[in-house]
Design a protein around this ligand. Structure first.
Ligand code: ADE
Ligand code: ZN
Length: 335
């Protein structure tokens, strides 16, 4: 099944660009920018990537961003990720970035967006990979900071299609961001939010009701609420699930306990994504393989993750049609 998964057309909908910072690039950028990092070797960095929950990961993830300073750094980060997409046959990707992680360190919003955008354009023209950019508010910061960030995004509305909400889920309810999400929606931004990763099923309900989001990032703890599962199935509300991330951050102890295939078989619009692949040990193919190894699936079931991601994506109807045909043709040729 490895070859089938490798060449299957894929769509990624949950990927933090800052989470694609591989240790090798971290060292290169630290040297280039004269930034001190608390590691002496790539091996030492990888050894530090042992997390016991979301917060222990976030602490290291935010520290890693210290090496990102110039527009070229954001370009390089994004370009490296797009080259990995090419290797995994990711045809379309909708990527997150955390502007506040950079503006709080004195980096201009424009520097960040322009570097990322330039790489995304090159990805489309040179690799044929289409993309959308989503900016996330950090939920551990306050509403005022989110509003200020939304204001900074105004000159970049041609580059940013949506807003999201990430970082520490527990103790930072969606309600804190109800007004900023309402304003963003009025301004034409699409909306997503992390919910039901570490927090309970109620956080998913709250994000849907208060933030009126187009899709839920993670959402795997919906399984604790049967009524919610039934609602998510009938509404086809997308869940952007990140299997390897969920194991690394101990949302599930082992992949055998992960519920993604069960949710797929219940008719939910679940998708497979890599979240922060440099930290969690795998990109898209690795995530598909890890799920299949623990929960053997038919080729049609595996391809259904791509069909779901196409359905859940923010691309036009004609782009969806093109990707659906590509995937249908691939499936027909590999039965
Ligand atoms: N930021 C980057 N990865 C994240 C995750 N898995 N959950 C919440 N915030 C994040
Ligand atoms: Zn995430």
């Amino acid at each position: 099944m490895k070859e089938f998964i490798q060449s299957l057309p894929k769509v990624e909908l949950h990927l933090h660009l800052e989470g694609t910072l591989e240790p090798e690039l971290m060292f290169d950028l630290a040297r280039r920018n004269n930034v001190d990092i608390p590691f002496n070797s790539v091996a030492e960095v990888r050894k530090a990537y042992n997390f016991h929950n979301l917060q222990s990961f976030l602490d290291i993830y935010f520290k890693g961003t210290d090496v990102l300073i110039e527009e070229q750094d954001f370009f390089d980060l994004t370009w490296h990720y797009l080259l990995r997409c090419q290797k995994d046959n990711v045809q379309h990707t909708e990527v997150f970035f955390d502007p506040q992680a950079h503006t709080q360190r004195g980096i201009d919003f424009d520097t960040v967006v322009n570097g990322i955008h330039r790489a995304l354009l090159k990805g489309t023209s040179e690799l044929g990979i289409t993309s959308k950019l989503i900016m996330c508010f950090l939920r551990h910061l306050d509403e005022a900071s989110a509003f200020a960030t939304l204001a900074q995004a105004q000159p970049h509305k041609d580059k940013i299609v949506g807003i999201g909400l990430d970082s520490t889920e527990i103790g930072h309810p969606a309600a804190k961001f109800e007004r900023v999400f309402a304003q963003a929606r009025d301004q034409g931004f699409l909306t997503v939010a992390h919910a039901g990763e570490e927090g309970p099923a109620d956080n998913i309900r709250e994000a849907l009701e208060l933030l009126k989001i187009n899709r839920i990032d993670h959402g795997v703890r919906c399984a604790e609420d049967e009524v919610l599962v039934a609602q998510l199935a009938s509404s086809r509300t997308p869940l952007t699930v990140c299997p390897l991330s969920n194991i690394k951050l101990k949302v599930f102890d082992q992949m055998e306990q992960h519920n993604i295939v069960e949710l797929l078989r219940k008719g939910l619009c679940v998708t497979i994504n890599s979240d922060d692949p440099a930290y969690f040990g795998g990109y898209m193919v690795d995530n598909f393989m890890a799920v299949h190894n623990a929960h053997p699936m038919t080729k049609l079931e595996i391809a259904q993750f791509t069909f779901n991601a196409i359905e859940a994506s923010f691309i036009s109807a004609s782009q969806k049609q093109r990707l659906n045909s590509l995937t249908n043709n691939y499936l027909a040729a590999h039965q």
